[in-house]
Design a protein around this ligand. Structure first.
Ligand SMILES: Nc1ncnc2c1ncn2[C@@H]1O[C@H](COP(=O)(O)OP(=O)(O)OP(=O)(O)O)[C@@H](O)[C@H]1O
Length: 607
């Protein structure tokens, strides 16, 4: 068998057969059936079955192995680097200002002020001239681990005006982490054929301890009293620790453009809410959640993983230091103070591997509780001002960063150990790169093999159609994989004819044919269902949608709107227009069905 495959130019051991090594398309040679002796036809059929069976299954096994190897190496890298990492970004210095009291090194920042000198060691320090690209380069690997099934949390922390929003959102010319992450995720899933992915998005704001959905429709202030029912969402926690927010709008996004439009809408709602509640900009936390459903059916048909990425623009921390505030300002200051302090406590407890992690101390930590702990990857970017006037607050922010980091590793490690760690990381990174290259080669070979199978199958079909000797008159519709009903009669005729043994259908091929017919029937039924269906039926087809997305088919999303929010409610400017077809779905597929009735009730209140 191996000899047979090798004679076709497919080298299983190396997996590096090239296009030129593959045999020329034999269809021209076999157009005239008289040229194809019976024993050659048998050989062709047995080659097809070998390619379908042995070759493809070997390639698939290799793909699974390499993917596992790549993920394992990536996990090890993140473990060595630490699953909680703290970066610092120093804001670009205003030219008019005097010399900065801050000096930076790759992982160290020093603040000199009022005759004192304080040094802080972090995982990475970005100097004022660092670009958005520099920052994102360090963030990128963590996104890969989200696609591999880990929950990820990226938090921007710092005094008001130090560039948290600049880092997370950026602007048109210099996009920040969120738009870049969206683009990167779509780029990675388009290349990763080891699994199918579906992405969905939510945005919310934590203000004074209550949660507000940023994707929800808002009316003019005069009608606000009737129209903002989703400003105090509840947090649900399942027995396995998974967190879900009851009634939070979760929109499935099938491409970068769509995701960007939703993000623009969320940002817009956030700024509007600031205006509504008077200067709340630095008193709220803005959270963007991207949920990734990974289905490994492309490889082994078993695993289904759901992971999420939280991208958090935290409220300004300077209010922690302010005293003498009264009334609402004092309350807001307290709310921020409490939630940031609770966050630091949680991260410090996790870092020190404490038994009890105090998640319940704030809404923010409750929300993030399944994305901060074991198996999750956390990245906090602490923002500081380079100005002399802000030196006090800078020291406070960096002390907070150090507390979060709970220096247990790098600073206490000897230079020798540090070097060994770096070397190990470099080796693992090399391993990841090699596995990715090998995966690309395997994917190419799978494509070539599939093409070859198709060509050989076509050759046999052409032979049967065109053969003056052959009594078979197979229906072209059936031959081309068409409607099984229309193909039924000719197939029966074919059965009755004296078919060569190798051409008679096997139990396996009959089963495949049966499955194809069933899935065609299912697809038709589903597309009919979708026209008037509820959210859950759309989610059932999400896997198919991903496949369609990959193949650049006409967008199925136009038939199936898995967001439960009508597409026409989103215009190109990112503004919101009211639509009666708008519905809300829960973002956690596991809770979706259970919560379905509640959502419908909530939305019926809305309409
Ligand atoms: N690294 C940087 N390079 C250039 N401009 C920056 C940088 N960081 C911040 N800025 C600019 O400084 C201003 C304030 O930044 P930004 O709004 O991001 O601060 P913030 O920390 O999010 O404030 P707040 O807490 O009020 O939301 C913005 O105009 C922003 O474009």
């Amino acid at each position: 068998m191996v000899q047979q495959l090798n004679s076709l130019g497919l080298d299983l051991s190396s997996g590096t057969a090239t296009e030129s090594e593959l045999p020329a398309t034999p269809s021209v040679v076999y157009m005239d059936v008289n040229v194809v002796p019976e024993h050659d036809k048998e050989g062709l059929a047995s080659t097809i079955s070998s390619l379908q069976g042995m070759e493809m299954s070997e390639l698939r096994s290799k793909q699974i192995y390499l993917d596992a190897k790549r993920r394992e190496a990536l996990d090890k890298i993140l473990d060595i680097k630490g699953s909680i990492r703290v970066f610092c970004r120093v804001k670009l210095m205003d030219e008019r200002k005097a010399a900065s009291p801050i000096s930076t090194e790759a992982d160290k920042i020093t603040v000199r002020s009022a005759g004192t000198r304080k040094e802080f060691v972090l995982d990475r320090v970005f100097h004022p001239e660092s670009t958005q690209e520099d920052v994102f380069r360090e963030v990128k690997p963590i996104l890969r681990s989200a696609l591999d099934g880990h929950n990820v949390c990226i938090l921007a922390y710092g005094q008001t005006g130090t560039g948290k929003t600049h880092t997370m959102e950026g602007n048109n010319g210099r996009p920040g982490i969120v738009p870049r992450a969206i683009e990167e995720l779509f780029h990675q899933i388009s290349r990763d054929e080891s699994a199918s992915f579906t992405l969905s998005m939510s945005m919310l704001e934590v203000y004074m301890g209550s949660l507000r959905d940023l994707f929800v429709h808002r009316r003019s202030p005069a009608r606000v009293t009737h129209r903002i029912p989703k400003c105090n969402l509840s947090i649900l926690r399942s027995s396995d620790g998974t967190v879900e927010i009851e009634g939070l709008t979760d929109v499935q996004v099938t491409d970068v453009k769509q995701a960007r439009r939703w993000y623009a809408r969320g940002k817009h709602a956030r700024s509007t809410s600031w205006t509504n509640v008077n200067d709340a900009s630095s008193r709220s936390h803005c959270l963007t959640r991207i949920t990734i459903s990974r289905s490994n059916d492309a490889v082994d048909g078993t695993n289904n993983l759901v992971s999420k990425i939280w991208l958090v623009d935290l409220g300004g921390s300077e209010r922690l230091l302010k005293t003498g505030a009264t009334g609402q300002t004092l309350d807001e200051g307290r709310a921020i103070n409490l939630s940031l302090s609770a966050l630091a406590d949680v991260i410090a407890a996790l870092r020190r591997r404490r038994d009890h992690i105090p998640y319940r101390n704030s809404k923010l930590t409750q929300l993030l509780s399944d994305s901060l702990g074991d198996g999750s990857k956390v990245l906090m970017i602490v923002h500081v001002s380079p100005g002399e006037d802000d030196a006090g607050e800078t020291v406070c922010s960096l002390s907070f960063a150090t507390r979060v980091r709970a220096v247990e590793a790098s600073r206490e490690l000897s230079e020798d150990t540090k070097k060994r760690k770096q070397q190990r990381v470099a080796e693992l990174e090399q391993g990841v790169q090699e596995a990715e290259e090998e995966l690309r080669r395997v994917r190419d070979q799978m494509e070539r093999t599939a093409k070859l199978i198709q060509e050989k199958t076509n050759t046999l079909r052409v032979d049967l159609r065109g053969s003056p000797r052959s009594p078979l008159t197979l229906n072209p519709v059936e031959l081309d994989g068409g409607d099984t009903k229309t193909a039924e009669k000719p197939v029966q005729r074919a059965r009755a004819a004296p078919v060569p043994r190798f051409m008679s259908s096997t139990a396996c091929s009959r089963r495949r044919q049966q499955q194809a017919a069933e899935s065609l029937g299912r697809a038709r039924r589903r597309s009919t269902d979708l026209r008037g269906s509820q959210s859950h039926s759309c989610y059932q087809t999400s896997k198919k949608m991903t496949v369609a997305y990959r193949r650049r088919d006409p967008p199925l999303s136009l038939q199936c709107n898995p967001l439960n929010v009508s597409h026409d409610s989103v215009d190109s400017r990112g503004s919101w227009s009211s639509s009666k077809t708008k519905k809300v779905s829960n973002s956690n597929p596991n809770l979706r069905v259970a919560l379905h009735q509640q959502h419908r009730r909530r939305m019926s209140d809305l309409i």
